[in-house]
Design a protein around this ligand. Sequence first.
Ligand code: SF4
Length: 313
Amino acid sequence: MPCAATDKRYNLFSAHLKERFGGRVHKISVDAGLGCPNRDGGRQGGGCLFCDPDGSGSVGIERQLSVGEQLEQGKEVMVRKYKARHFMAYFQPFSNTFAPPAQLRALYDEALAVSDMVGLAVGTRPDCLPAPVIDLLADYHQRTYLWLELGLQSCHDATLAHLRRGHDYATFLAAYARAKEAGLRVCVHVILGLPREDRVMMLATADELARLRVDGVKIHLLHVLTGTKLGEAFLRGEVAVLGQEEYVSLVVEFLERLHPATLVQRLTGDGPRQRLLAPLWSLAKWEVLNAIDAELARRNSFQGVACRIDGER
Ligand code: SF4
């Protein structure tokens, strides 16, 4: 069934927010300057193959400003452009639980002190969620609208090892279980088009997300950026990227396999234009999103129609 509020054939997160808060909610990315254990934690390898040294979503962020100042600045732009009234602070670049709980508490409180901030989204890695941090997040879950955004990328250990993620799938499953036990809403990030993954492997990740009945998902297209190890490999001719048609059909099949209740928070990525090596077609984001809608309509298909959980088909 199409979503009554949007006519989309998938469960659109922004529509959910609109219904819950009585108006559109604008996410503002904020850089708390916390770094990442996979880059800065003394491990060999220096981060994931695709890691952007500036941190994902950092375009436009003035990281020398405090969290509160970044959010006020972001709000000002959104109010001017969209007459926005509701906001969420999105701790996006790097790993936003990579600090002692007292420091995290101060940062999250600073964000929530900004007026009209209706909630928080905290992005991090599965190996960066010790028990005291889960307890802290559970406390925020009680008093605000909180999403934990957990980077998985793939459920295949061979892929995670090749990407130098620094964690395996079992680590993700353990972190996910702890977060769900604490009652947290969890959005899982995955990437389509990773090196050494074929269609069957990518769709197996969708089946895993369906099995886990994740609350939310962000589907990203692999972006190859200058200044990354992946970019160097691409320039040596060692990395192939997806074509638009292939990506669109993969996303559609991925959506078909998800649980119907999972909120879809993203269907492609926003690579920094100046540093994007490939795929360049991804710069036309609306074209990609429209093509996904068109393909779902052509197949007369919906999120969840091929969900493999017993009783969900
Ligand atoms: S987890 Fe994120 S920030 Fe850390 S190395 Fe990987 S891509 Fe970079």
